[in-house]
Write a protein that binds this ligand. Structure first.
Ligand code: FES
Ligand SMILES: [Fe+2]
Length: 420
């Protein structure tokens, strides 16, 4: 039975109750209602290009193996042995034809089939049917422009429908050139004491914090980005389904001359691919509901906000680059990315310090009753058919936050997708 959530989020008035960031019961409901039903990002196809390539991740707190089979099809399974639940694969990534459980030695193939059970006859006689004990598959798996997503919910709408208009905003990051992008080898992973929603909504549209929270980082010139007047004028866009975007960035997003030259040379082609909408919005940061965020420019980063409890988030952050960009452009992009975001990134540290305090101050029973204010730009947003999104003319607004929490609250209560 679901707890009542809609009373805790008042998206019309711009209030949010702080228990949604700290209450263990709400967190449990969130794991079931949000993470076990939504389409969640698993990895980029370039990370597992060959048959047998795999990587491990989590969907919510559920451990998952993503594995490319011999027919070149990507599959995903719970990363747990069907015997007694041991974690089957302990590696982050690699190539394997089979996995053997460390506990008693059950072996699984890359279609999830149970291939071997040690001493099968001595242990089970002839009563054991291996076919019944395959790895547990996700309910649906699809990819969009190289981004692989899955859901545990067989009744979830197809990925394209779930993304809706957000697909174009993803194109603006990942489909600028014909060859698409690749994710560079290596990932940063770290745990922070904050609720995952603070991170997801910040990347989905908090233009307001930039000039203040990141003021010192910007003024050092250490990051790839310097303060420019245009930085503070941004569109907030929210397509349906809780996906949110900050849609205006400077034309030149980098200070590195090789990147500036590369972007300039490619601009006509990019415009051709993306169409005239790119003249109106230049997506810079976004959140695909619930917990995938991406940015372009200051850092070309793909990041997951994995929930690890109400007040704990495990961040995974990768750098992506245009696949066919010259080597020096890729390297300059990588350096700019890790300098600004990632555990040692100048911007990242500002953000996390704030998100963790927003979370931890909700532990107090009295503080918990003080509602959050998300009223900026209230009533100013309109649905723009051309942009396929809710937006307003304000440089600063919490319209995206309201859309994010509205979607979250609806999902928390809805028994099925048709109620949304
Ligand atoms: S738990 Fe995996 S073989 Fe026993
Ligand atoms: Fe920030």
């Amino acid at each position: 039975m679901n707890g009542k959530i809609n009373g805790l989020v008042d998206a019309d008035q711009g209030f949010v109750d702080r228990s949604i960031f700290i209450d263990p019961e709400i967190y449990k409901q969130e794991c079931r209602q949000v993470f076990a039903r939504c389409w969640l990002y698993l990895c980029h196809e370039s990370q597992i290009p060959k048959p047998g390539d795999f990587c491990t991740t989590t969907m919510g707190e559920d451990p998952v193996i993503v594995w490319r089979n011999e027919q070149n099809k990507v599959k995903a399974f719970l990363n747990i042995c069907r015997h007694r639940g041991n974690r089957l694969c302990r590696a982050d990534s690699g190539n394997a034809g089979a996995f053997t459980c460390a506990y008693h030695g059950w072996t699984y193939g890359c279609n999830g089939n149970l291939k071997g059970v040690p001493y099968q006859n001595a242990a089970y006689g002839n009563k054991f049917n291996r076919e019944k004990w395959s790895l547990v598959s996700v309910a649906q798996l699809e990819s969009y422009k190289g981004l692989v997503f899955a859901t545990f919910d067989p009744s979830a709408p197809p990925l394209k429908e779930y993304l809706g208009e957000m697909a174009w905003y993803l194109d603006a990051l990942f489909d600028r050139r014909e060859e698409g992008v690749e994710v560079l080898a290596g990932v940063h992973k770290w745990i922070v004491p904050c609720n995952w929603k603070f991170a997801a909504e910040n990347f989905g549209g908090d233009s307001y914090h930039g000039p203040w929270s990141h003021r010192s980082a910007m003024s050092t010139n250490f990051s790839a980005r310097r303060p420019r007047k245009s930085d503070i004028h941004r569109f907030h866009l929210s397509t349906k389904n809780g996906h949110c975007i900050l849609g205006r960035q400077p034309e030149d997003t980098s200070d590195a001359p090789e990147v500036v030259a590369y972007e300039k040379e490619g601009r006509p082609k990019v415009r051709e691919r993306l169409g005239p909408r790119i003249d109106e919005v230049r997506p810079s940061v976004m959140t695909v509901f619930p917990n995938l965020s991406c940015n372009r420019g200051t850092a070309n980063s793909i990041r997951m906000w994995h929930p690890r409890g109400p007040d704990k988030t495990e961040i995974w952050s990768w750098v992506y680059v245009d696949k066919n960009a010259p080597r020096e452009v890729k390297e300059a992009t990588r350096l700019a990315s890790v300098r600004s975001f990632g555990p040692a990134g100048t911007f990242e540290q500002d953000d996390i310090d704030n998100w963790q305090e927003c979370t931890q101050t909700a532990r107090g029973v009295v503080s918990r009753d003080v509602k959050l204010n998300l009223q900026m730009g209230l009533g100013e947003e309109r649905f723009d058919e051309k942009l396929g999104a809710w937006t307003s003319d304000f440089s600063f607004s919490e319209a995206n936050h309201r859309q994010f929490y509205r979607r979250w609250a609806n999902l928390m209560e809805a028994e099925n997708w048709s109620e949304l």
